[in-house]
Design a protein around this ligand. Sequence first.
Ligand code: NDP
Length: 256
Amino acid sequence: MSDADFRLDGRRAVVTGAARGIGRAIAERLARAGAEVLVADRDEAEGAATAKAIAGAGGKAAFIALDVTDPEGVAQVVETIYRQHGAVDILVNNAGIVRNAPAAEMSLDDWKSVIDIDLGGVFLCAQAFGRRMVADGRGAMVNISSMCGEIVVQPQPQASYNAAKAGVNLLTKSLAVEWAKSGVRVNAVAPGYIGTELTLRGRSNAEWFETWMRMTPMGRLGDPGEIANAVLFLAADASSYITGTVLAVDGGYTAL
Ligand code: NDP
């Protein structure tokens, strides 16, 4: 055990949905810890700008276009990365969306898009990169779940999101157990409310926001960087005996 256990020098990391928000903070954090980071997002303009900003700050980063719901696209991206860059040591499945609608009125399209991105996308990427990691005998995967994978938050209705994130938690544990002996660790981080575009609607709604803060013991939003620090821990050798865990980073919300 040494201080190097918290470093990622010489490691290659892929972060999905890294153009902005939590994914961007994760990409920046892993790069500062020494990793070469591939910023993977369906938003090409913002994704490329993020990779450029990380490189401008002295990190190693490149952008790669990726829609996590497209099986052929995911397979192609894996192929391109392994050919042009080399083996991937760390995968962070971060891309996600939310749709707020009462269950009785939710459109099938809304249901499908949330399940496809938030749960299906995690599976597709985990499977495609995981196969390679298992063959290489090493790797760390971190899935960005949510406290909503464990509890139902209020007042906003979001059954599709809650169901998808609960799925991510058990998918994380399933992969962790299947791959435990192969040297590949799989963990999840479950954030509480974080100040990103995803929470813009709730942050601009006085009733929602008052409830959110009242239900959060620490009484404040989290910063994307506070999620990134937890991801760094789970991606680094510092967590070498941890697999199949869902780490809450929620200001105490799920402790209530
Ligand atoms: P943002 O909306 O700020 O960023 C999400 C990023 O993911 C965007 O760049 C988005 O691109 C991208 N993305 C969406 N769909 C896809 C796709 N199919 N393929 C590739 N990229 C995609 O969200 P956050 O940063 O807040 O959220 C990141 C993760 O954290 C999500 O999984 C979310 O569920 C989780 N989380 C967030 C919380 C919060 O309070 N913010 C709380 C708990 C969990 P585009 O612009 O094209 O949509």
